[in-house]
Design a protein around this ligand. Structure first.
Ligand code: ZN
Length: 208
């Protein structure tokens, strides 16, 4: 079961200093936005399918913000009030294609590349959130939301100044350091304490 049905999935790149540095980048002066297609969504327990076009598919554990009320050109206070809840997101990425393509649409857009779950949680304070990424039970990523370069209310307000945010829209707020490759047979988890654990198996797309 996919717990959200967004009209769009807006993602933020390079929003944690340590992650930007691990890939040889600086944190941008304004939020770097890109989109994932809703066709990439899968729910808890569903398989992430590795496309044969890529040799380097990586996990990105992220805090997902789900919009509660329509926001257009919102200030930070209105943006914070417009948050409907939080969900775990895995912004699965073909790191090799991300570099060679220049544009990120393909690298981030394959079917199954946006696991979300386990369910939408409401009534949480974003300042208290933390995101953890694990592969086969081993911790790879961990950071509090307060480590983000651009805060969650700032991001929601900024994005609403670019595109109207509709109820149900999903914002993936960036991944902390520790991203790494996935292989056939792995199990990848994204946990936000208080929200839950999103677990997905990984399988090779060439196997039917
Ligand atoms: Zn990401």
């Amino acid at each position: 079961m996919i717990p959200v049905r967004p009209s769009k999935i807006v993602c933020v790149g390079r929003n944690y200093v340590a992650h930007a540095r691990e890939l040889g980048n600086d944190v941008p002066a304004t939020p770097m936005l890109f989109l994932k297609p809703p066709s990439a969504l899968i729910g808890p327990g569903q398989a992430i399918v590795l496309p044969s076009d890529s040799r380097q598919v990586e996990h990105e554990a992220e805090i997902g913000v789900v919009i509660g009320t329509r926001l257009r050109d919102a200030g930070e206070a209105e943006a914070e009030r417009g948050i409907g809840g939080f969900v775990c997101v895995n912004d699965v990425t073909c790191r090799d294609l991300q570099k060679t393509d220049g544009q990120w649409g393909r690298a981030k857009g394959y079917d199954t590349f946006c696991p979300v779950g386990p369910e939408l949680r409401t009534g949480l304070d974003w300042r208290a959130l933390e995101v953890i990424g694990r592969v086969n039970g081993q911790e790879r990523q961990r950071a509090p939301a307060t480590d983000m370069h651009f805060t969650i209310p700032f991001l929601v307000a900024f994005i609403s100044g670019v595109m109207t945010l509709e109820p149900g829209d999903l914002i993936a707020t960036g991944t902390p350091a520790g991203v790494g490759a996935l292989a056939d047979g792995d199990v990848v988890e994204v946990e936000i304490p208080g929200v839950g654990v999103l677990s997905n198996p990984v399988r090779d797309g060439t196997r039917r």
